[in-house]
Design a protein around this ligand. Structure first.
Ligand SMILES: Nc1ncnc2c1ncn2[C@@H]1O[C@H](COP(=O)(O)OP(=O)(O)OP(=O)(O)O)[C@@H](O)[C@H]1O
Ligand SMILES: [Mg+2]
Length: 458
């Protein structure tokens, strides 16, 4: 951490110097100003974190100076130093925003304690305002961008659900990339369970037996590999939210067990003898039409009804009208920041192209298209020839090139490569073998690149 900078304002030279010496030894950076004018000058130059200010100064009163300092930057902590007999003045100063006051003759150790406390509290305040600001930036409209009627209704519904003391299961439906995961996380973040776990599992990923062990846990010896007993995700999510992604892909034998867990709120570990009570809110999602799945006898009707007590149906992006441009602008800002670009607008033809494209991959696809466009673009407007609206296969990066020519000022090949690697990871759900295959790389080469781009977890 940088040393805190301290400005000492006092016309008693000897005192000021001994404070400076002492505080420097204590790790502060300190300067002295013997009058108000000098103090104001140093304020600009030094940008101190902390000021020790004598109440009685020649020329300007300490109180006036305090006001000026607070106007300059109200985050600067000011500690007043008062001569015997001017305590009222010091109390007044605290009301005006001084951090505290200390009586003369000053005890240096006491002064240091006060200074440490002031810096610590300034640091905490800054941190808080940083988080608050970040929160505000990251969840405009709870993070779900969109002004069309359907999205407004969904946001209102999320607010209603989040206000519930205890929520029944919620089923989120919608095509791939429509924001099901985002809605699930938003529900959690705004619910009473926000401080508890949010655990996500993709039901497509594993065969039924492994899935059962994952969800419900197992006891030691339940199967050959079970050297230790292990808690499942239901138990891990106790008190919080369990997000069952692609629940429509669960195999039938597991659906019965899932039903019991959701309905009775008890689970039994694989190979276990006793039931365990769990308090988990279930949010399930699927891109499938569960009605059809039920009719085709691929999904249990009772489980469907149980999961679908509350439903949220996310419309595909192509049905969200101008939200497409709103989202595009949002991603433009995100990727401008990520790649250090400054594209401020989308030109008319590009906007029309975005509005007319059917977006089979929905919002996720839009974000990839904008990411590529930002990478390729030059100048401050996004033009149509930078849009490779038809998703470019990751193995063919040149598909994004307009007329086969590179932009005049060149391109950032490393950033482009990094974005393709990131995309492959997303498309493969984080599976490195699959990602390597998508990129036609060996796993080792992919690993090398992950490391190079700082994308590897270890
Ligand atoms: N309305 C929205 N506003 C802002 N970002 C969104 C919105 N909808 C989706 N996104 C973003 O788009 C991406 C895809 O969304 P998400 O992963 O939630 O979709 P999904 O429906 O769960 O997809 P899949 O079915 O493939 O799992 C995420 O990065 C998400 O944050
Ligand atoms: Mg998802």
């Amino acid at each position: 951490m940088n040393p805190s900078t301290l400005l000492i304002v006092d016309d008693e030279r000897t005192l000021a110097r001994s404070i400076k010496l002492f505080m420097t030894e204590q790790g502060y950076e300190a300067e002295v100003a013997e009058n108000g004018d000098k103090a104001l000058e140093l304020l600009e130059r030094l940008r101190p974190d902390l000021v020790f200010l004598d109440v009685c100064l020649p020329g300007q009163s300490g109180m006036d100076l305090l006001r000026r300092i607070k106007e300059f930057d109200r985050n600067i902590a000011v500690i007043m130093m008062t001569a015997y007999g001017s305590i009222e003045g010091a109390v007044e100063a605290v009301k005006l925003g001084a951090f505290d006051y200390i009586k003369k003759p000053v005890d240096l150790d006491e002064l240091k304690l006060l200074a440490d406390r002031a810096c610590e509290s300034a640091r905490l305040r800054q941190e808080l305002s940083y988080y608050r600001e970040r929160e505000n930036r990251e969840i405009p409209f709870m993070g779900i961008i969109g002004k069309c009627d359907a999205i407004r209704e969904i946001v209102a519904r999320i607010q209603q659900i989040a206000a519930l003391e205890d929520s029944p299961p919620i089923l989120i439906t919608g095509e791939t990339g429509t924001g099901k995961g985002l809605v699930a996380r938003t529900l959690h973040r705004h619910s009473r369970r926000a401080s508890r776990a949010f655990i996500e599992i993709n039901c497509t990923a594993l065969p039924a037996t492994l899935m059962e062990a994952e969800l419900f846990g197992y006891e030691r010896g339940a199967f050959t590999d079970a050297k230790e007993s292990k808690m499942g995700l239901f138990e891990a999510a106790d008190g919080g939210v369990l997000y069952l992604d692609e629940v429509g892909d669960t195999e039938l034998p597991l659906q019965g067990k899932l039903l019991r867990a959701v309905e009775e709120r008890v689970i039994r570990r694989v190979g276990g003898l006793r039931d365990r009570r769990v308090d988990v809110t279930i949010v399930a999602a699927t891109h499938r039409d569960l009605d059809t799945e039920v009719k085709a006898a691929r999904f249990r009707k009772d489980l469907y009804y149980r999961l679908a007590v509350i439903t949220i149906d996310l419309p595909p992006l192509r049905e969200r009208g101008e939200d497409i441009l709103l989202l595009a602008a949002h991603f433009l800002e995100t990727f401008n920041a990520k790649y250090g670009k400054a594209i401020r607008a989308i030109d008319d033809r590009a906007a029309r192209t975005l509005m007319e494209y059917p977006w089979p991959g929905n919002i996720r696809e839009l974000s990839h298209v904008i990411e590529r466009a930002v990478l390729w673009s030059h100048g401050d407007r996004l033009a149509v020839d930078q849009l490779s609206a038809a998703p470019a296969p990751p193995s063919m990066p040149t598909a994004g090139l307009a007329h086969g020519a590179l932009p005049q000022e060149g391109i950032d090949l490393a950033a482009w490569e990094r974005s393709l690697v990131e995309q492959a990871l997303r498309d493969s759900g984080g599976n490195q073998t699959k990602a390597a295959r998508l990129l036609r790389l060996s796993r080792d080469t992919l690993r090398y690149r992950l490391k190079k781009f700082g994308l590897s977890r270890s």
